[in-house]
Design a protein around this ligand. Structure first.
Ligand code: AMP
Length: 287
């Protein structure tokens, strides 16, 4: 049985009781409309912790685009069923006012600084996005006080930002889980629900562009520009509007394109299709 709370304070009390009982607690923050990618995070958390708690909150602080926020899929009851079937111990949600009872943060006031790795790519294209992510994730960590928190590699730059946040807070341990894909290669995403079957097929070009970068890496290409050119060559033959196709060193994150040959590389892509914004990435050096 998955406990269900519509009130963050009750969730806080439940988590405190778990910890007081000496049980370890795994946590994954989500925005709901849960799919197999989220379920893989629940499974990983269940393997490593005595109890697993999930938050479902479409966080307005991290949306730079009002229309994207308004049409983001929401299905709390369906999510509760998915989490019950997956074996999660507790799921909670709340409103912005419940999460921040003193004063809701707004752009420029009460938002956390997401740190240097928020610069570049997603940080440039979605101003304020990572400040909104860091602000809610820090608040959720404070409520839950998990031993471990689980994030998907799908949101690669977000994993860098939350690692920096956990380092600053001194907890929790961050576990990054691989991206779960459709058999077509398309990375699972709640936003895929907004695409028609034909658009989902067209969206596989993101994955194919990452595969092209991987193939170039295997051929010995180590230059960021040459690797991203291989991605753009694939994307150019498609219906998607590319926001970026880029390669970075995942360990020495730089806002701009790294110069010189790379030892480690992550290829990242963002594109719009039918006004739905999609992102994906792949580590190229086989890890
Ligand atoms: P979201 O609900 O989109 O905010 O995602 C909640 C968590 O699930 C984040 O850590 C995401 O990176 C992760 N996630 C989303 N999609 C996938 C996927 N296809 N595979 C693995 N993790 C994912």
């Amino acid at each position: 049985m998955t406990e269900l709370f519509q009130d963050p304070e009750r969730a806080r009390a439940w988590c405190a009781a778990v910890r007081a009982g000496g049980r370890s607690l795994g946590f994954l923050p989500t925005m709901g409309a849960l799919h197999a990618g989220h379920v893989s995070l629940v499974r990983a958390a269940l393997e490593q912790n005595d109890a697993v708690c999930v938050s479902v909150f479409v966080n307005p602080l991290q949306f730079d685009d009002r229309r994207d926020f308004d049409r983001y899929p929401r299905d709390f009851e369906g999510d509760a069923r998915t989490l019950s079937a997956a074996g999660a111990s507790m799921v909670f949600t709340g409103t912005l006012a419940q999460f921040f009872p003193d004063a809701s943060p707004v752009a420029g006031a009460g938002m956390l600084d997401p740190g240097p790795r928020a610069a570049g790519l997603e940080g440039d294209l979605r101003p304020g996005h990572f400040a909104g992510v860091a602000t809610i994730v820090a608040r959720l960590f404070e409520l839950v006080r998990p031993d471990r928190a689980y994030f998907g590699q799908k949101d690669f730059q977000q994993t860098l930002v939350v690692r920096d946040l956990s380092r600053a807070l001194g907890y929790p341990r961050i576990v990054v889980c691989p991206t779960v894909r459709e058999s077509s290669g398309l990375a699972m995403s709640s936003r895929n629900q907004l695409l028609s079957a034909a658009e989902r097929e067209a969206a596989t070009v993101l994955f194919r562009s990452l595969e092209a970068a991987r193939a170039a890496w295997r051929r010995g290409v180590r230059d960021a520009r040459a690797l991203s050119d291989a991605m753009r060559a694939v994307l150019a033959r498609s219906a998607v509007a590319v926001e970026y196709a880029a390669v970075r060193d995942p360990e020495k994150w730089t806002a701009g394109e790294p110069a010189g040959p790379l030892d480690h590389a992550v290829a990242l892509v963002a594109a719009r299709l039918a006004s739905v914004r999609l992102i994906d990435n792949a580590l190229l050096d086989g890890r």
